[in-house]
Design a protein around this ligand. Structure first.
Ligand code: GDP
Length: 323
């Protein structure tokens, strides 16, 4: 593959080149990995810094509907929008719900939009790295907004929040008791909570739910990266395209404030370090699973069990062998 050519075509904002490049970074083949690294390196600092928006919500809450309406609104303003997904189910089973081709049909036909389902990988670490690299490629290809979507089931939110500039949590209207269903950790990641389906018969419930979440947000510890009034909860209707413009304005207010105050750059720097450490950890774990290491581990295990060596001595010996 001609990497220089691919690079040029990405910089010319060719969507097909972008799709090809993402396929390259998703590949586990050694030679592809090397090419992907070379490509990413050659694109570093090129293109623009997109606004990376993380979006999470449980199945059925209206993520695809929201992304489609919200995305169409943004492209309607002349912005270029990329949609990527981190799908923990694809990490487990190889089948992806977020990869469903029928989703976001209108947006996928928009020439200012680019939609890419989650890569099928065997573990979340692999999905995380590939999505991160895909984000970088979308930025190089001149996208203004990169939406990174995930299903709300635990760990994948952390992954998405660690690669986003801000995090949206999409929720459904619910009775008071169901508020407990959102884990505190996920609430703490949210910059804006959007209570969707605020239309028709659900409107009143949505407004009540929104007020409840606004109250819950006020109880959270104050974060230095928030201006007054954030994090905030608002109602939207993805279906009737209500409240989307207001949500976008709030996102911009938050972004501008963070940029002015230096939080935006600081967050990206901290995220880069997070991923550096994460890759080191993954790399060490991979070494630990190699055949020789497994044998070493087993031998040391026996010595630890019989008391010939202390656990910490054994650990030091093992780590020395891994180096
Ligand atoms: P996802 O699983 O989170 O991607 O959810 P979908 O976007 O597929 O939506 C699930 C269901 O909720 C579909 O039947 C949608 O039509 C419906 N839905 C999505 N957004 C809204 C909304 O704003 N109002 C109403 N009333 N229904 C919605």
């Amino acid at each position: 593959m001609d990497i220089a050519d691919l690079r040029d075509r990405i910089l010319k904002q060719e969507r097909r080149a972008l799709a090809r490049a993402i396929t390259l970074v998703e590949s586990a083949r050694e030679d592809h990995r090397a090419q992907a690294s070379a490509l990413l390196e050659s694109l570093r600092g090129a293109g623009r810094q997109a606004l990376r928006v993380g979006l999470s919500g449980t199945p059925g809450v209206g993520k695809s509907t929201f992304i489609e309406s919200f995305g169409m609104m943004l492209t309607g303003q002349g912005l270029r929008v990329a949609v990527l997904a981190v799908d923990p189910s694809s990490a487990r089973s190889g089948g992806s719900i977020l990869g469903d081709k029928t989703r976001m049909e209108r947006l996928s036909r928009d020439k200012n939009a680019f939609i890419r389902p989650s890569p099928s990988q065997t573990h979340l670490g692999g999905v995380a790295r590939r999505t991160r690299e895909a984000v970088a490629l979308c930025e190089a290809a001149g996208f203004d907004v990169v939406l990174i979507e995930t299903v709300g089931v635990g760990q994948s939110e952390t992954v998405v929040s660690e690669m986003s500039d801000l995090f949206l949590l999409l929720l459904a209207p619910a009775g008071g008791d169901e508020l407990q269903g959102v884990k505190r950790g996920i609430m703490e990641m949210a910059d804006v909570i959007l209570v969707n389906k605020a239309d028709g018969a659900l409107k009143t419930t949505a407004m009540r739910t929104c007020a409840d979440y606004a109250g819950a947000l006020r109880l959270l510890r104050k974060r230095p990266q928030d201006p007054k009034g954030f994090p905030k909860a608002m109602t939207v209707s993805a279906l009737e395209e209500e409240g989307l413009m207001t949500a976008w304005k709030e996102i911009n207010t938050l972004t501008e404030w963070r940029k002015e105050e230096g939080h935006w750059t600081a967050r990206r720097a901290a995220q880069a370090q997070f991923w550096f450490h994460e890759e080191v950890r993954q790399g060490l774990l991979a070494r630990l699973h190699k055949a020789q290491a497994r044998k070493d581990l087993q031998l040391l295990d026996e010595k630890v069990a019989s008391g010939v060596i202390t656990p910490s001595q054994a650990a030091q010996e093992m780590l020395a062998r891994l180096a």
